[in-house]
Design a protein around this ligand. Structure first.
Ligand code: GSH
Length: 198
């Protein structure tokens, strides 16, 4: 959501929610999102959850630059990549699922790590293969402009990097990521990994 806001050049006030401290599960936050998940987006009129719904809302209310490409096939392809991340990978690897595996299923660290890596790697493999299959020499996932696909891909790769996965094993994903992270909007949104210690 932050990347989409930055690509659109929109000013916003970020209200951090400390997930590791369980702030999102407290009654106060649940008055904002009863589901207890981030992000939510609000302006004077509305309160919305679900990243993809928010991003499409921003795209429709602030059409420039478009986050969904020009042709029906490119739009479908962009949504395909975005959904692969947001519906197939993130839900299986998110904090609440990992906490449930620890607390309710009593899985140890190794088993939880195995679960996390399995679903994340399966998703990255699929994204890389689809990117290869759809390869038309474009700068970003779907076209020569960043789309909703890139907006979803880059944070998922940041999660992979933080988890010690070698993203360079996925050369097409890594190349798209590098191009995105050279864009001011991705930098402004904090999508770039921290610089290595000197
Ligand atoms: N489908 C939701 C997923 C939201 C979600 O899982 N957000 C994570 C942070 S990226 C979260 O709030 N995790 C807290 C938890 O799992 O307890 C979306 O795309 O917005």
């Amino acid at each position: 959501m932050r990347i989409a806001l930055a690509l659109k050049g929109l000013d916003y006030k970020a209200v951090p929610v400390a997930l590791q401290d369980g702030e999102h599960l407290e009654a106060e936050y649940r008055t904002v999102n009863p589901q207890g998940l981030v992000p939510v987006y609000s302006d004077a009129q509305i309160l919305l959850s679900q990243s993809l719904a928010i991003i499409e809302y921003l795209d429709e209310t602030h059409p420039q630059p478009p986050l969904l490409p020009a042709t029906p096939l490119e739009r479908a392809r962009a949504r395909q990549f975005a959904l692969l991340v947001a519906s197939d990978v993130q839900p299986l690897t998110g904090l609440r699922v990992m906490s449930y595996l620890r607390d309710a299923c009593r899985l140890d660290v190794a088993a939880r790590r195995g679960w996390f890596n399995h679903w994340l790697m399966e998703g990255l493999d699929a994204l890389e293969l689809w990117l290869t299959a759809a390869e038309r020499g474009t700068r970003y996932c779907v076209s020569d402009e960043p789309s909703i696909a890139d907006v979803c891909l880059v944070p998922q790769l940041a999660v992979a990097r933080r988890s010690g996965i070698d993203v360079e094993e996925f050369p097409r994903l890594a190349a798209v990521e590098a191009r995105c992270l050279a864009l001011p909007a991705f930098i402004a949104a904090g999508a770039a990994p921290p610089a290595p210690p000197s």
